[in-house]
Design a protein around this ligand. Sequence first.
Ligand SMILES: [Zn+2]
Ligand SMILES: [Zn+2]
Length: 256
Amino acid sequence: MNLTALPAFADNYIWMIDDGARAIVVDPGEPGPVAEALDARHLELAAILMTHHHADHVGGVDALRPRLRGPVYGPAHEKVPLPRIACQQGDHAAALGIDFEVIDIPAHTAGHIAYFDRGRAGAPIVFCGDTMFSAGCGKLFEGTAAQMYDSLARLAQLPDSTRVCCGHEYTLSNLRFAQAVEPDNEDIARHAEHCQSLRAAGKPTLPSTVGLERRINPFIRCGEPAVIAAARAHGAASNGGSDVLAALRNWKNEFR
Ligand SMILES: [Zn+2]
Ligand SMILES: [Zn+2]
């Protein structure tokens, strides 16, 4: 199976998995990059997965339907292009012989879902949209810090080797913030250097892995003493995980 990040808009990725003949795409916010990739590699479109309702993730779904030879899966509790097979926690999305487990990860949007494959044929993989980014997390448009804390905890408990495929190339700016939170974290400093050279070469910084995120992502490190101390200095009401996350999220919103 091949995994490709198709750049879209200014900083989105449309993820594509293919077996050399057929492809699944995740969050096609626009149809052009998908159509080009399918044509260039002579692939049939076998399925579309949607993680949440934002237009930069679902805006290309209807335009791709004429060439689709399989299902569209999407969140059960959000307004997304129809028809779609409604998915929520515990459901499965099957395509290309892969059986994705659906995980509810609300907060960025109220019905946001992730698709996780245990990787029977390779490394595990999760498509998590705009909930967990590399070294960051999505904005709380429709949910609370407590919900984001729980949703990130669900993603962080996946196996270390899980490839993390998120919806945007925000890694460098997230790492700058992570360094402000944890100036002494050498994993963050090392990874920032690595990502700078990737971006300078025009390459994506993604996928990340769950194991790496556990070392560099302040939003899933809310129990670490250094992160708690930084959050308390930026208004966290207590040492509790969701209070720490709330303070980090507010701080990040103003961070330049
Ligand atoms: Zn979004
Ligand atoms: Zn987005």
